[in-house]
Design a binder for this molecule. Structure first.
Ligand code: IPT
Length: 957
C-alpha cells in the first residue's frame, strides 16, 4: 500500500503566509506611472477539491474556450445563478472541523484565467508589478506559465514582480483560488464565507527609480498651530506641498503653520512625492494622536467616538464593493452625525480610507484576524498562541500597516477581533508599536490590556460602563490608567438597538469613556429572487447562524433603518434644550473641534403638530463645550385649546462635501402649552335592539359587547392585545442565560391569550364589558373592563386592566387591537412621533403632524418582527376614524396580524389581507440589545400592573 500526497496542495494547509510576494508597501490609487486594470470578465473553472485539476491551465496556449466566466472583482458563489456553489453564513463556528491547519478535502477551487495585451502606451523600460487587493482565501498565481507564488491573507494586498515575464500581447494570467486554507483559521469573522478574487487586480508599471515604500509623517502641535511634515521614502526624492510652500527632500522635516486635520475639520493638503521615476500625489492631513493623562487625544483634545462597525457589504456583490457604494457609506455616516468607523474585522478596500480622509471620519483600522471558533474548545490550539503561526500574524499586521499608514483618518491599529489572547498578538502589537509609534493599538480580546493603548470592550452593560467611567472596575494596573471605549455595543439586529441614549449619557458623563461603535453598519442580506434578502440557512448550509448576519443600522439596500435615525439624534453634535422657564433655548456645542459657525438655526412653533412658520434663531458661534441661552424670537401663538410646542433645528449654513445647505444636523423640541384633556363624551344612553346595542354613533354586538361599527365604518374589535411578534432583541442570543423576554413570553403563552367574556352591561350612561384575558395552562390573567360612553357624536372607551396572579415577566405590549377594512384604509395621519419609536428608542421621536400609507408604516426588517410603532401619539386618523388617546399612545397599523408577522421568516412571506390591523398601545416593552448585549433597562419594562387608559373615537366623514 502506498500513500499519495499531492504536492500542489501542501501550500493550502501551510501556516506560512505564502511565498513569492514582494514586501508590503504604501498603497496609492494613482500616480503618473502607467497601470492596467485587470478587472473584468475572466474565464473560470470550478473544481470540488484543491487537487482535482493539475496546473496545465496556467500554461500559454491553454484553451479555456469552454470555461464559464466570472466577473473580477467578485465572489464566484454569488455568480453563475447557483452553478458555482452558495454562500455559507456562520458567526463564530468554523464550517469545517477544527483541526488546524487542515481543511476539508471538499475545498471549492476556482481557476481563473485572463489573457491581456499591454496598451501601446506601456513603456518599454522599467519593470512591472502585479497587485491583488483581496482574494479569499488562498491563491496561487502564474503569469505566462511561470509560477509567481502563492498567498493567504484575504483582505490584504499582495504584489508580485512580473517585469521580465510580460509580453506586449497575449499575456496569460492564471490564478487558482481555494476557498479553504490554513488562512481560513485566521479569518473566522462573523460574516458570509465568500471565496473569490473580490478586490481589484492591477498591473502597475514601475519606472526606473519609481517610488517604493514611503511613510508620510504629518503631525500637528496644537500649542503653536504648526504642522511638521517628513516623508520617509525608500527611494530618494522630493516632497512638495504648494498650498504650504513646502518643497523638501524626502527624509527631511519641515515645520510650518497649518490647519490641522480632524474628523470634524478634515483639512487635507495636496502634495506630491517626486522620485526621478514617478510622481505620486499625496493628500496630507496634519494631526497628532497621543495617549496622555489616560486619554486618547488628537491635536491636544480628548475625542469622543460616535462610531459604527463597518463590514464591507453589497447585497448582490458581497464584499466586492465599488467606489460609489463606499462613498454612499461615508456620506450616510456623515449625514447621520457619525464621526468614527471601526473597519470590522479586516482592512477595508483602501479607497474607503481615502474617503474617510476626505470627508472626515476617525478610523480604527482592524487587521484581518479572528480565530473565534477556537472558543468552542476553550481556545486550545489557538493560532495566536502558537509560534508556528506568528509569521502569518506578523505578515498580516505588516500588510495592513504598510498599506494604510499614510491615512490621517486612522488613529488606531487594531490587532484583530475575537482571537483570545496569546504571544502572537503580543508580537503583532510590538511590531506595530515599533513601526508606527505615532498611532495607538487596539484589541478587545485582552481585558488586561497587555498589548493595547485602550481598554476596549464589547456589549458591556450600562451599569458596568458607568463603573468603568468612575474607575471602580479594577483590573490590572495598566488597564486602570487607560481610557475606555466600547468597540461594539448597541446590537442593531432587527428592531433596535434600544438603550443607546442611556449609553451616550454615560459616555458623556465620564472623561475616561471615549465613546463607542454600534454593531453594526449594514445588514448582510443577500439579494434573493424568492426570499427578498437571504440570510443564514437560506442556502441549505448544514451549519449556520440564521439572521444574526442582518444586524445593521441600514438595510441591505442601504436604506437607513430607524436605528440609524435614532443614533443620529443620540449623538447629535449640538444639544438643544428648553430652559426651565420656557422663554429660551439652551444650545450646547458638543463637537470636539468645530465651533458652530457652520450652522444656522431655525425656530418654529407648531399648533397641534402643525408648523406655523419659521424664524431665524441667532446662536453665537460657540466653541466646543460652550453653551448659551438664546431668547425665543416670537411669542407662542394662541392654540385655542390645542397643544403648542416649538422646534429648533440646527442646519448646515453652507453646502459641505457630504450634505447640502439646509441639511438638519440637530434639533430640539419643547411643549409650551399642553393639549386639553379629552372630552368626557357622555350623556347618550345605550339602546338594546335585538342582537345589537347602539350607543351614539356606534353599534355593538349585544351578546359579546364587541364594537361592530362606528359612523359608517365597520370595525373588528377593539380588544385587549398584549402580543408583539418578538424582535431579535426580545428573543435574545441563544448563548445568553440572562432573562430572554421573547422566550419567556412564549413559554407563558402570551401569543395565545384567550378572552373570556364575563358580562355585557348596558347601563344608563355606559356600556360596560367585562372580560378576563389569559393563556391556557396558566393562572395569570388580566381582568379587563371596557367602559363605553358617548355624547351622541363621540365615542369614548376607557379600558381598565387589573393583573391577577404572579406576573414574573413584563408584557410585550398593552393596548387595543382593532381591524378596519383594508379597502378603505389606505393611509394614516397622526400627531405624534414621525418614525418608528419604542420606549428606549425614542430619542428621535419628533412630534409633528405626519401622514403615511399603511405600507410606509412598516419597517422592512429582513426577518419580520414587531415594528413600526409611532410614539407619543395624541390622535390618529385612518379608515374614516379619528382616534384620540389619553394619555398619549403608541400607534401601529399593518395589513397582516401580529401572529402572521411572527410566523414569517422573510418579508416575502407577508401578504396583505383584507383587514388593516391597528394597535393602539398604552405601553410597549423596551427593545434593548439582547440579540447580543444587555436587554432593556428596568425603567423600560412594561410591568403588569393595574392600568387605565382611554380613547375617543369619532367618524371623520
Ligand atoms: C461580536 C463579534 O465581534 C462581532 O463580529 C459580531 O459577531 C457580534 O458579536 C455580534 O453580531 S462577538 C459576541 C460573541 C460578543
Amino acid at each position: 500500500m502506498s500513500f499519495r500526497t499531492t504536492p500542489t496542495v501542501t501550500y493550502v494547509e501551510d501556516v506560512s503566509p505564502g511565498s513569492g510576494a514582494l514586501p508590503p508597501r504604501a498603497w496609492y490609487a494613482t500616480s503618473d506611472a502607467e497601470s492596467l486594470s485587470l478587472n473584468g470578465s475572466w474565464r473560470f473553472r470550478l473544481s470540488a477539491t484543491a487537487d482535482a485539476e493539475d496546473d496545465s491551465f496556467a500554461a500559454q496556449g491553454y484553451d479555456a474556450g469552454d470555461w464559464a466566466e466570472v466577473t473580477v472583482p467578485g465572489h464566484w458563489v454569488l455568480q453563475g445563478d447557483g452553478a458555482f456553489g452558495s454562500p455559507i453564513y456562520t458567526n463564530h463556528l468554523y464550517p469545517f472541523p477544527v483541526d488546524p491547519p487542515h481543511v476539508p478535502t471538499e475545498n471549492p477551487t476556482g481557476d481563473h484565467l485572463r489573457v491581456f495585451d499591454l496598451p501601446d502606451t506601456w513603456p518599454a523600460d522599467g519593470t512591472a508589478v502585479l497587485r491583488f487587493d483581496g482574494v479569499e482565501s488562498c491563491a496561487r498565481v502564474w503569469l505566462n506559465g511561470t509560477e509567481l507564488g502563492e498567498f493567504k491573507g484575504s483582505r490584504l494586498p499582495h504584489e508580485f514582480a512580473v517585469g521580465e515575464l510580460l509580453k506586449p500581447a497575449g499575456n496569460v494570467l492564471a490564478v487558482r483560488v481555494h476557498q479553504w486554507s490554513a488562512g481560513s483559521y485566521l479569518e473566522d469573522q462573523d460574516q458570509w464565507w465568500l471565496p473569490g478574487i473580490f478586490r481589484d487586480v492591477t498591473l502597475l508599471h514601475r519606472p526606473t527609480d519609481a517610488a517604493g515604500d514611503f511613510f508620510v509623517h504629518a503631525s500637528y502641535d496644537h500649542t503653536t498651530g504648526e504642522g511638521t511634515l517628513r516623508v520617509d521614502s525608500d527611494v530618494d526624492g522630493r516632497v512638495s506641498v504648494p498650498g504650504l510652500d513646502i518643497d523638501v527632500a524626502t527624509g527631511e522635516s519641515v515645520t510650518v503653520a497649518v490647519e490641522p486635520w480632524s474628523a470634524e475639520t478634515p483639512k487635507l493638503y495636496d502634495g506630491e512625492l517626486v522620485t526621478s521615476g514617478e510622481r505620486v500625489p499625496l493628500r496630507i492631513g496634519f494631526r497628532t494622536v497621543v495617549l496622555e493623562d489616560g486619554l486618547i487625544k488628537v491635536n491636544g483634545r480628548a475625542i469622543l467616538f460616535k462610531g459604527v462597525n463597518r463590514h464591507e457589504w453589497h447585497p448582490e456583490r458581497g464584499r466586492a464593493l465599488d467606489l460609489t457604494t463606499m462613498r454612499e457609506d461615508v456620506l450616510l455616516m456623515k449625514r447621520h452625525n457619525l464621526n468614527a468607523v471601526r473597519t470590522s474585522h479586516y482592512p477595508p478596500h483602501p479607497a474607503f480610507l481615502d474617503l474617510c480622509d476626505e470627508y472626515g471620519l476617525w478610523v480604527i483600522d482592524e487587521c484581518d484576524l479572528e480565530t473565534h471558533g477556537f472558543t468552542e474548545q476553550a481556545w486550545r490550539d489557538n493560532p495566536v498562541d502558537d509560534d508556528r503561526w506568528t509569521p502569518a500574524l506578523l505578515d498580516r499586521a505588516a500588510r495592513m500597516v504598510e498599506r494604510d499608514k499614510n491615512h490621517p483618518s486612522i488613529v488606531f491599529w487594531s490587532l484583530g477581533n475575537e482571537a483570545g489572547t496569546g504571544r502572537g498578538l503580543t508580537a503583532m502589537a510590538e511590531w506595530i508599536h515599533g513601526r508606527d509609534p505615532e498611532r495607538l493599538v487596539h484589541y478587545e480580546g485582552d481585558w488586561d490590556c497587555r498589548d493595547t493603548d485602550v481598554y476596549s470592550r464589547m456589549y458591556a452593560s450600562h451599569a458596568e460602563v458607568e463603573r468603568i467611567g468612575q474607575g471602580l472596575d479594577g483590573g490590572t494596573h495598566k488597564r486602570r490608567g487607560l481610557p475606555f471605549i466600547q468597540c461594539e455595543y448597541g446590537h442593531a439586529m432587527g428592531n433596535g438597538p434600544g438603550g443607546i441614549a442611556d449609553y451616550q449619557w454615560i459616555f458623556e458623563a465620564h472623561d475616561r469613556i471615549q465613546g463607542g461603535f454600534i454593531w453594526e453598519w449594514i445588514d448582510h442580506g443577500v439579494k434573493h429572487p424568492e426570499l427578498g434578502y437571504a440570510y443564514g440557512g437560506d442556502f441549505g448550509e448544514e451549519l449556520h447562524d440564521g439572521n444574526f448576519v442582518c444586524d445593521g443600522l441600514i438595510f441591505p439596500d442601504r436604506t437607513p433603518s430607524p436605528g440609524l435615525v435614532e443614533y443620529k439624534k443620540v449623538i447629535e453634535p449640538v444639544r438643544i434644550e428648553g430652559d426651565a422657564a420656557g422663554g429660551a433655548v439652551r444650545v450646547t456645542n458638543a463637537y470636539d473641534f468645530a465651533d458652530l459657525s457652520h450652522l444656522e438655526f431655525e425656530f418654529s412653533y407648531q399648533v397641534d403638530g402643525f408648523p406655523t412658520g419659521a424664524h431665524k434663531l441667532a446662536v453665537p458661534p460657540l466653541a466646543p463645550g460652550e453653551s448659551a441661552e438664546v431668547k425665543l424670537p416670537a411669542a407662542a401663538p394662541d392654540g385655542k385649546g390645542e397643544e403648542v410646542g416649538w422646534t429648533v433645528r440646527a442646519l448646515l449654513a453652507e453646502d459641505t462635501p457630504w450634505a447640502g445647505r439646509g441639511h438638519e444636523v440637530a434639533w430640539g423640541q419643547r411643549t409650551v402649552v399642553p393639549r386639553e384633556p379629552l372630552p368626557a363624551a357622555k350623556g347618550a344612553r345605550p339602546a338594546v335592539d335585538g342582537d345589537r346595542i347602539s350607543l351614539g354613533p356606534a353599534a355593538f354586538d349585544a351578546r359579546t359587547g364587541a364594537l361592530l361599527s362606528l359612523g359608517g365604518v365597520d370595525v373588528n374589535g377593539p380588544r385587549l392585545d398584549v402580543w408583539r411578534a418578538p424582535t431579535d432583541n426580545d428573543e435574545g442570543a441563544s448563548w445568553q442565560d440572562d432573562t430572554r423576554w421573547g422566550v419567556l413570553w412564549r413559554q407563558l403563552g402570551l401569543h395565545r391569550m384567550r378572552h373570556r367574556l364575563e358580562g355585557v352591561e348596558s347601563g344608563d350612561d355606559a356600556l360596560t364589558v367585562r372580560t378576563r384575558v389569559a393563556p391556557a395552562a396558566r393562572d395569570v390573567g388580566l381582568r379587563t373592563e371596557y367602559r363605553w360612553t358617548s355624547d351622541g357624536t363621540l365615542l369614548r372607551l376607557t379600558v381598565s386592566v387589573t393583573p391577577e396572579g404572579d406576573w414574573k415577566v413584563p408584557l410585550p405590549r398593552l393596548g387595543l387591537r382593532l381591524g378596519l377594512p383594508a379597502a378603505t384604509t389606505g393611509s394614516a395621519a397622526w400627531f405624534g412621533s414621525g418614525g418608528e419609536a419604542y420606549p428606549d428608542t425614542r430619542a428621535a421621536a419628533k412630534l409633528l403632524l405626519w401622514d403615511a400609507s399603511i405600507e410606509e408604516l412598516q419597517t422592512p426588517y429582513v426577518r419580520p418582527q414587531e415594528n413600526g410603532a409611532r410614539s407619543d401619539v395624541r390622535w390618529v386618523e385612518l379608515g374614516g376614524l379619528r382616534i384620540e388617546g389619553e394619555p398619549e399612545f403608541w400607534f401601529s397599523a399593518r395589513p397582516w396580524t401580529s401572529e402572521q408577522l411572527d410566523a414569517a421568516r422573510h418579508l416575502t412571506d407577508l401578504v396583505p389581507g383584507d383587514t388593516v390591523w391597528v394597535n393602539l398601545d398604552h405601553g410597549q416593552q423596551g427593545i434593548g440589545s439582547q440579540s447580543c448585549g444587555p436587554g432593556p433597562l428596568p425603567q423600560y419594562f412594561l410591568k403588569a400592573e393595574p392600568t387605565e387608559f382611554s380613547f375617543v373615537f369619532s367618524a371623520t366623514e
